[in-house]
Design a protein around this ligand. Structure first.
Ligand SMILES: NC(=O)c1ccc[n+]([C@@H]2O[C@H](COP(=O)([O-])OP(=O)(O)OC[C@H]3O[C@@H](n4cnc5c(N)ncnc54)[C@H](OP(=O)(O)O)[C@@H]3O)[C@@H](O)[C@H]2O)c1
Length: 125
């Protein structure tokens, strides 16, 4: 049986990881780096405001990746367009959807939670 192919990413393109600062997003970014990505953009509603996020920028730099953190929602076309504009001539060649909102709430609230998930994950994806 043939071994599965390992994808090779383009070092001169940008890869967008929506929700990239979350738990899975951080692992995905490191995996993309292993595959050859050199420019990764993240998009999250809280953006770059925490020192924890500065740490991940430095961590990615150490493995040769220029990480840019954008503030916005993956559910908003305008926010996606801003990321695209910031990427400039470096095309966005791949997008990973890792954004998620989980909410614990009462029975009535469950319906609201579903709407958040639906808009962020299902609608956008
Ligand atoms: N963790 C698991 O065990 C597991 C298992 C299977 C599948 N998954 C899937 O993996 C994905 C991520 O899970 P996770 O555990 O990494 O979650 P997480 O740690 O909560 O990270 C979610 C990230 O999404 C961002 N986010 C939320 N809403 C957003 C929006 N509208 N636009 C842009 N970014 C948004 C959050 O930042 P802000 O709040 O600042 O926006 C956060 O950085 C989800 O799709 C989940 O369903 C997770």
């Amino acid at each position: 049986m043939q071994a599965p192919l390992t994808p090779k990413l383009c070092g001169d393109s940008t890869y967008l990881v929506a929700g990239g600062l979350g738990g899975i997003g951080r692992s995905v970014m490191k995996y993309l780096a292993q595959l050859g990505a050199k420019h990764i953009a993240t998009l999250s509603r809280s953006g770059a405001d925490t020192s924890d996020n500065k740490d991940i920028v430095n961590e990615m730099l150490e493995i040769g990746v220029n990480l840019t953190i954008h503030q916005g929602s993956v559910a908003e076309t305008e926010d996606i367009l801003k990321v695209q504009k910031a990427a400039g001539k470096r095309l966005i060649r791949g997008i990973v959807q890792g954004a998620m909102v989980l909410q614990v709430s009462s029975h009535h609230g469950v319906c609201d939670s579903y709407l958040i998930l639906n808009r962020t994950q299902v609608g956008v994806t």
